[in-house]
Write a protein that binds this ligand. Structure first.
Ligand SMILES: Cc1cc2nc3c(=O)[nH]c(=O)nc-3n(C[C@H](O)[C@H](O)[C@H](O)COP(=O)(O)OP(=O)(O)OC[C@H]3O[C@@H](n4cnc5c(N)ncnc54)[C@H](O)[C@@H]3O)c2cc1C
Length: 481
């Protein structure tokens, strides 16, 4: 099969649809666009097209619709489910949004910012900061992931407890539809009850219903005070109780509440330079807690200190340390943010991105952890992450010396058992990482059948030719390329 499954005349048409003919065709330059971040998926494409503006995206989509060519939108390529990777046919183009990185409008009075979808998340945070505002989405990948990718995966991160997921941070969207029309719902309104709220169809749809070209995002007052602590808890049940009491005692100032197990501390101290054990003695479970307030007069540190002292008296907390400087705070965050990297250094990992009602988290960890202990002797439990949102990265890390191929070969069986337990506890098998091409079978197994049927109907209605990110989220239907 040749690399080019798309006629050269059509490729030339695509090239002339973007200014300065900005496309990538040479194999070695195309290479970074045909693998996902974790190298779980690889594909082929004859061309990466880099539009400069919305009109150019619309031109490209119209040409693809005319010739029934699949389009794979590509942001920062940091997502975990292979959503931005083309298939192996060589008959899909990659549409990379990175040239569309303009901040269109900063509106401090509206607490809003309008940006193009190729903006890096960190650049949007910086633009907000420059006008004394906060854009609160915060991910370990924020230097390279893009707003379009964040919207299309409905990204979460470490401040969801306080500010919500990406869906909660959007006022308006501009989207190129599958026939090349531009949907302009790029409003900066807080209230707009004028029929169906279409923006929500595109958020979390992983490029299968439209290409997002711009968004108006909500901003917030910049925190004037922050208190951060690393807290050793008795067990996950104690962590859940601590979360509930801290939310009440702090006036709901808890922004971050991240569960960190002993293994995460061991791996980060071993593999990441500059990370050290955070407390004097080792403990089995920790939480990284952060309180923020927009009011400088709020004495967050003393409130946190008082609440933790009470929790020590009641036996929920075994030990705790408040960060007393920016450096200490950054060191704690470095440990948390570098867990995925440390896991990569430590060998194979079988991953689950699950969410549960917060009240069911402790039961889930006990039951799923017990199952892992008895069924996966060559793996050890690494359950960490956004406990404040009921979202765990329930990973199983290969033990030192285990055969990585044998270990990873069992992933489907292990994931089925874990996801079945999640379903029994009325949780979700995909909390914030989406479906992509990795979790289609899981979606078919666990999603309500009526919801799944509606999703397929929506896909047919909005993308009748099936050209938008074919084979992602939903299986490709025969009409797609
Ligand atoms: C170290 C690290 C930490 C992470 N932490 C978190 C975390 O805490 N929370 C979290 O939610 N995720 C996290 N992620 C995952 C990832 O960063 C997010 O999923 C992010 O939102 C993906 O953005 P991206 O620009 O890289 O998207 P990509 O990977 O490029 O694309 C993701 C999907 O969106 C589609 N897409 C991209 N741009 C557009 C567009 N403009 N229009 C339509 N569709 C588009 C793609 O086709 C694909 O289906 C982390 C990743 C890493 C590497």
């Amino acid at each position: 099969m040749s690399q080019t499954q798309i006629p050269v005349a059509v490729l030339n048409q695509l090239k002339s649809a973007v200014s300065a003919g900005d496309v990538i065709e040479q194999a070695e330059q195309v290479e970074p666009f045909v693998h996902d971040f974790r190298h779980l998926f690889s594909g082929r494409t004859p061309m990466v097209v880099l539009p400069d503006n919305t009109a150019e995206v619309a031109n490209v989509v119209r040409i693809c619709a005319e010739h029934r060519i699949g389009i794979v939108p590509h942001g920062g390529n940091t997502s975990y489910c292979g959503g931005a990777t083309p298939d192996a046919s060589g008959s899909q183009i990659v549409l990379a949004l990175k040239r569309m990185h303009r901040i269109r409008k900063v509106q401090p009075l509206d607490y809003a910012i309008t940006v193009e979808s190729g903006c890096a998340l960190a650049d949007v945070q910086a633009a907000a900061d420059a006008v004394e505002r906060l854009f609160p989405l915060s991910l370990g990948s924020e230097g390279s992931c893009q707003i379009g990718g964040n919207l299309s995966t409905n990204a979460g991160g470490t401040a969801v407890l306080r500010y919500g997921m990406m869906r909660d941070l959007v006022l308006g969207l501009e989207v190129v539809l599958a026939d090349g029309r531009v949907l302009d719902v790029l409003k900066d309104l807080r209230k707009d009850n004028t029929g169906y709220d279409l923006r929500h169809l595109f958020i979390g749809s992983e490029g299968t219903l439209g290409i997002i070209t711009a968004a108006c995002l909500k901003l917030f007052p910049k925190p004037a005070g922050t208190a951060t602590a690393i807290v050793a808890v008795r067990d996950p049940a104690a962590a859940v109780q601590l979360l509930a009491s801290l939310r009440t005692s702090s006036g709901d100032a808890v922004t971050t509440f991240e569960l960190i197990p002993r293994l995460a501390v061991d791996l980060t101290t071993r593999h990441i330079s500059g990370v050290s054990d955070p407390l004097d003695r080792p403990h089995e479970w920790y939480v990284l807690v952060e309180l923020t307030s927009a009011r400088p007069e709020d004495a967050l540190e003393s409130a946190l200190e008082g609440a933790l002292a009470q929790a020590i008296d009641s036996g929920l907390v075994l030990d705790a340390a408040l960060a007393s400087s920016l450096r200490q705070r950054e060191a704690l965050w470095r440990m948390r943010e570098s867990v995925p990297e440390a896991q990569r250094h430590a060998g194979g990992s079988i991953k689950h991105d699950v969410s549960l009602p917060i009240s069911a988290i402790a039961e889930f960890i006990t039951r799923a952890g017990g199952w892992v202990a008895s069924h996966v002797p060559d793996g050890q439990l690494m359950a960490y992450g956004h406990l404040g949102d009921g979202n765990l990265h329930f990973n199983i890390q290969q033990r030192d010396g285990a055969d990585v191929k044998v270990f990873l070969a069992r992933a489907p069986t292990i994931q089925r058992a874990i996801h079945d337990l999640v379903a029994e506890l009325r949780g979700s098998f995909s909390a914030e990482h989406g479906i992509g091409q990795l979790k289609i079978a899981e979606l078919e197994r666990y999603k309500d059948p009526v919801a799944l049927a509606l999703m397929r109907e929506l896909k047919r209605a909005l993308d009748p030719l099936g050209i938008l990110n074919p084979g992602k989220v939903l299986r490709k239907e025969s009409r797609t390329s």
